[in-house]
Design a protein around this ligand. Structure first.
Ligand code: SF4
Length: 321
């Protein structure tokens, strides 16, 4: 790890004023410190933001508001989250390990970098880490890579589970910079790789995520997060589904469906939602999840797997037949 300056301000404005091109904000550090040790990231200055007043979990008429520094485990165990938005709690509890969840912040989780092995190995080319150097995953080891939203420049999956649940719920981020505050929907926050896979989101240099807002959705109480991975502990998703259904009237009146482990960004599936609203069978709706998929040599199995994960989520929500 390279040497860096360290500072720990108590005030948000001070933290924002200190931020420059060569600095990085440090929250839980569960991704940043790893990547610094691997020499993938080498900030000259770390701004520890843990003393900033960016905590709090509040449920009100405008929905759920969570401070960006809230820890994953604390959010997952919060009564209001577990009761009103179980897919968020479940996505968090199916992430990482208890030790990591007790350290990792929500804001940091949403900004975590991909697990593509080439990105994490500085001895290999990678367009995301070193723009223009190439993408060895296109013809190399790509079993865990994305099938949706890919480009010839990058096919890395987005690693966050809770981002999938939040995209399904139309969540927004409050971003604060030295110029002021703005609110951006999480779906618009993330960028597909295109020709610039190193640009992953719309966060401006020196800007900070301060809060996550989840709009009210009464029927999100009836929701689930299903995750399939190579082992049942401390592993990233091969395919996952965040699904909420409104079962008024004996059938599916409305639905939210987003998937993870298969997209370069958390992937909402409006065609699947529309099919469910139209009364299509679960199987017919889930089959639409593979539309537009562009698998590589090693990950074609994900086209079927993602449909089955959605089907399992819908089956769980429908209850015993
Ligand atoms: Fe890098 Fe993306 Fe290619 Fe992985 S898939 S090697 S992150 S450019």
């Amino acid at each position: 790890m390279r040497a860096f300056d360290f500072t720990a301000p108590r005030d948000v404005a001070d933290a924002l004023g200190m931020a420059g091109d060569a600095s990085a904000f440090l929250a839980g550090g569960t991704t940043l410190v790893d990547l610094m040790k691997l020499d993938v990231l080498a900030p000259e200055q770390l701004i520890d933001i843990n003393r900033l007043p960016l905590r709090g979990i509040r449920l009100g008429p405008d929905g759920l508001r969570v401070g960006a520094l809230e820890r994953m485990e604390d959010i997952a165990r919060h009564d209001a989250v577990a009761t009103h938005y179980p897919l968020i709690a479940q996505a968090l509890l199916l992430s990482a390990s208890p030790q990591l969840r007790n350290m990792a912040s929500l804001g940091g989780n949403l900004l975590q970098r991909t697990r593509c092995g080439y990105f994490r190995d500085v001895a290999t080319p990678c367009n995301k880490r070193a723009p223009g150097s190439g993408c060895p995953a296109q013809s190399g080891d790509n079993r865990a890579h994305a099938i949706l939203g890919t480009s010839a420049s990058c096919a890395a999956t987005h690693a966050s589970d809770v981002a999938v649940a939040l995209v399904a719920l139309d969540a927004s981020l409050v971003l604060r910079g030295t110029d002021g505050e703005r609110t951006v929907s999480l779906a618009a926050f993330y960028l597909r790789p295109g020709d610039t896979p190193h640009v992953e989101n719309v966060l401006r240099p020196g800007e900070l995520i301060t809060e996550v807002i989840v709009p009210p959705l009464e029927w999100a109480r009836h929701s689930v997060y299903v995750k399939v991975r190579d082992r049942q502990s401390y592993e990233f998703s091969l395919a996952s589904a965040a699904v909420a259904v409104d079962l008024r009237g004996g059938g599916v009146h409305d639905a939210r469906v987003a998937v993870g482990g298969v997209g370069t960004v958390p992937w909402r599936l409006p065609a699947v939602e529309a099919a469910l609203r139209a009364g299509e069978s679960h199987e017919a709706a889930a089959a639409l999840a593979g539309e537009g998929a562009r698998p590589l040599a090693g990950n074609a199995f994900k086209v079927t797997l993602v449909q089955r994960v959605i089907l399992r989520a819908l089956t769980e929500l429908a209850g015993p037949r």
